[in-house]
Design a binder for this molecule. Structure first.
Ligand code: ADP
Ligand code: MG
Length: 275
């Protein structure tokens, strides 16, 4: 059974989509069967992975509404181990929200994810900004949540809020949800503030909860994304590509340990990740 990781944050622009696309590509390069689900109506994952507009026409949105089957909206990418499901063209109209609420899309998404998990090693879910309903569905269906944060003082405040929401989801919906890790993104070592925020995060949270790898800022990154290819397939020597590859190794190592703990019959020493 594959592991399901939601990439979520209250804030927009912190690197959720960039992390989803580049972590997924790195996992795939390491021969992990990886699937990316896009829960953001902007379909940015599809752009980042080079899907055509036509391929992004339909997606999860249509599956929620019963217009398409999951098997019809899974697309291959330039990497053999990487597949993706776009969000589709729908917007979150009141009608859609009512429908989703009535039908209970939290269990619906969980049902889809459970079905997809069987043929993957990892499923990454790119969440829209904020902690709206779709993000809560993702957290309900996931095994773990990865929280990207920019290295700036305000992020620390956001982090406290997001951890509160994760705790709430765990109490009310998904008791098994763990924190995959807090990931510091767009790190610029030339900025004193960025260095201080990093230090503060490392000092404030148990080490199991914060990724050792920090993703550096790379000015040309936005244009790389626009080309529709993960950075590792374009410029594997770039610092940011190496950082995402190291992150993928960390994620795989965590998974390996979880499976070993499970096989040994225990839950492991994971209290920190459920704090
Ligand atoms: P989110 O999904 O959280 O809204 P994005 O992943 O779309 O955030 O990133 C926001 C912006 O920051 C994008 O323009 C993206 O290209 C840019 N960005 C993300 N990561 C980096 C990085 N490491 N270096 C430079 N720019 C980055
Ligand atoms: Mg995004």
């Amino acid at each position: 059974m594959g592991k399901v990781i939601a990439i979520a944050s209250q804030k927009g622009g912190v690197g959720k989509t960039t992390t989803t696309v580049n972590l997924a590509a790195s996992l795939a390069m390491l021969k992990q069967r990886t699937l990316v689900l896009d829960l953001d109506e902007q379909n940015a994952v599809g752009f980042g992975l080079g899907l055509s507009r036509q391929q992004m026409e339909h997606g999860l949105y249509d599956v929620f509404l019963g217009r398409k089957k999951l098997s019809e909206i899974i697309h291959s990418t330039m990497l053999p181990y990487l597949k993706t499901i776009p969000y589709g063209k729908g917007t979150l109209t009141d009608e859609f929200e009512r429908f989703v609420r009535q039908k209970g899309s939290a269990p619906l998404l969980k049902k889809y994810v459970d079905a997809l998990q069987k043929s993957c090693d990892f499923i990454l879910i790119d969440c829209p900004p904020g902690m709206g309903e779709l993000t809560i569905y993702a957290l309900s269906a996931a095994n773990a949540v990865l929280v990207p944060m920019q290295c700036e003082p305000l992020s620390l405040k956001t982090l406290t809020q997001i951890l509160k929401i994760i705790r709430k989801v765990r109490r009310q919906i998904n008791p098994d949800l763990v924190i995959e890790g807090l990931l510091m993104t767009m790190y610029d070592e030339n900025y004193r503030i960025a260095r201080e925020v990093c230090q503060q995060v490392w000092a404030s949270f148990p080490e199991e909860v914060v990724f050792r790898n920090v993703i550096p800022r790379m000015e040309e990154f936005s244009s790389a994304f626009a080309v529709g290819r993960p950075i590792i397939t374009q410029d594997p020597e770039a610092e940011v590509a190496k950082a995402y590859l190291h992150l993928a190794h960390e994620v795989i190592a965590k998974r390996k340990k979880e499976l070993e703990d499970l096989a040994a019959g225990g839950g492991g020493d994971d209290e920190a990740r459920t704090a």
